[in-house]
Every structure is written in C-alpha cells, then in structure tokens.
Design a protein around this ligand. Structure first.
Ligand SMILES: [Zn+2]
Length: 249
C-alpha cells in the first residue's frame, strides 16, 4: 500500500491510498479537478471515497468524482447530503484494498466527525493536526478531548494523516505558552526547513505528536505563569483552556 496526497484550497490535503494494481481510495476530496487529473496521470482506478466530516473543503469534490467513477462513498451520517452512499460509525470495519479500515467516532470539530484507521495510517480529518487540534464548530471541548484521547491510544507508530497543513502555526502557538520547551523549539526548526522548501509536515508519527502536541497530553507539559495553576485541574479543562487560547491567537 502506498500513500500520496494532493494539496488543495489554501492548506487542505486530499489523501489517496493505493495498491500495486493502482486501485485507490480518495479521502476527503474537497475538490474534484486535481483528483481527476492525478487519477488520469497515474492510471489510478478509484474504488471508493472516504469522508471524515461534512465541511465543504472535505466534500466539494464528491459528487463529480462519484459520477465519473461510479464508486461508493463511505462517510458519517452528517455527510448524507454531500453524496455519502454508505453511512459508517464507530466499530464498523470496512474491507477495502485488501485492508481492514476501522471507523472511530470523533465528535468535537463537528458532531458526526469520524476517522479511519488502517495500519499504520490514521485519517484524522480536522480532529488532530500535527502539533494541534481542530476548532470546535459543533461539539464541545469535552467531546473533542475524548476524541483526541481515543487517537492517543493508537499504536505509537501510527501515521497521522491530517486534513490541513497547520503545523507551523500550531507550533508558534505552543511556543507562545512554552517558549523554552526544547522539543518544540527543535521541531519548529525542522518544520520551518520543510515549509521553506514547500514540503508537507504530515503525515506525522503519533509518538512525535506525544512530545510536541500540547492538546494530546496537556498533563505532560510544564506550563508556567498563569497556566501553572491549571495543572491542578482535570486534564480536559486544561485542554478546553488551551483551545480557547488558540482561538484568540
Ligand atoms: Zn472541517
């Protein structure tokens, strides 16, 4: 199995997983033309579309791709009006490209947001980003905290395939709170170099995220100043506070 991606809109990633026969899955096609062009260029044979949530920048390419390739669309209930033909939810297992895909419910960014796991990849949509997490558009902070903790239980070598290239902004926010954190400082240098050469920073490995993502394990970070007292609070409350601070960053 191989993974590739298309950069679309301003900072979205459309993920494409394919096998040696060039059969492929398209994850979160926010537009169709670049996906169609890549399929023609690489002789890809799309067999299905997977959707994580209903936002336009993840679904706007669905109808045309579905019409052209006549393929099923797996997504959460909230994507039924975006072209989904097979509604999936937590606990469902899909057998595609000779691989098992596990579905996880990840409410928070949207209420019906889901993710797909197939070793070693996890398609996290707008729930977990590298060094950050998605905004709370529909769910509450506690929902999102639990969704992120669910991802944190996955194997450490899981490759997080996020929906956006937000890593540098996320690291800048984390460093505004933890300006002396060595792991964050070191990783920011690496990310700046990648972005300078227009290279992506995702997929990101879960064991790295555990060291640089303050939303994944708030208790693991040594917050100072007015945030120090937060370490006495329950972890989800620290998460909520960090998320609110990020909204205003
Ligand atoms: Zn979204």
């Amino acid at each position: 199995m191989y993974l590739t991606k298309i950069e679309s809109n301003k900072d979205n990633y459309i993920w494409i997983l394919y096998n040696e026969k060039k059969e492929c899955l398209i994850i979160d096609p926010g537009e169709y033309s670049s996906v169609y062009k890549l399929c023609v260029k690489k002789n890809f044979i799309p067999i299905a579309i997977l959707l994580t949530h209903h936002h336009y920048d993840h679904v706007d390419g669905v109808q045309k791709l579905k019409d052209i390739f006549q393929i099923p669309v797996y997504g959460p209930k909230e994507t039924i009006y975006n072209g989904t033909t097979k509604i999936v939810k937590e606990g469902d297992k899909l057998f595609l490209l000779n691989q098992i895909f596990q579905v996880f419910n990840l409410p928070g960014h949207t209420l019906g947001h889901i993710g797909f796991y197939t070793t070693p990849w996890f398609f996290s949509g707008d729930t977990l980003f590298s060094a950050g997490c998605g905004r709370l558009f529909e769910g509450n902070a506690y929902d999102m905290y639990l969704s992120i903790k669910k991802i944190n239980k996955m194997p450490p070598n899981t490759l997080i395939c996020a929906g956006h290239e937000y890593t540098l902004q996320n690291l800048n926010f984390a460093l505004s709170i933890l300006p002396e954190n060595a792991a964050l400082l070191l990783y920011k240098k690496h990310v700046e170099m990648l972005r300078l050469h227009k290279k992506p920073t995702v997929p990101s490995i879960l064991y790295l995220e555990r060291q640089i993502n303050i939303f994944l394990n708030p208790y693991n970070f040594n917050f100072q100043g007015k945030l120090k007292s937060l370490l006495l609070e329950e972890e989800w409350y620290i998460f909520k506070t960090l998320r609110e601070m990020k909204n205003n960053f």
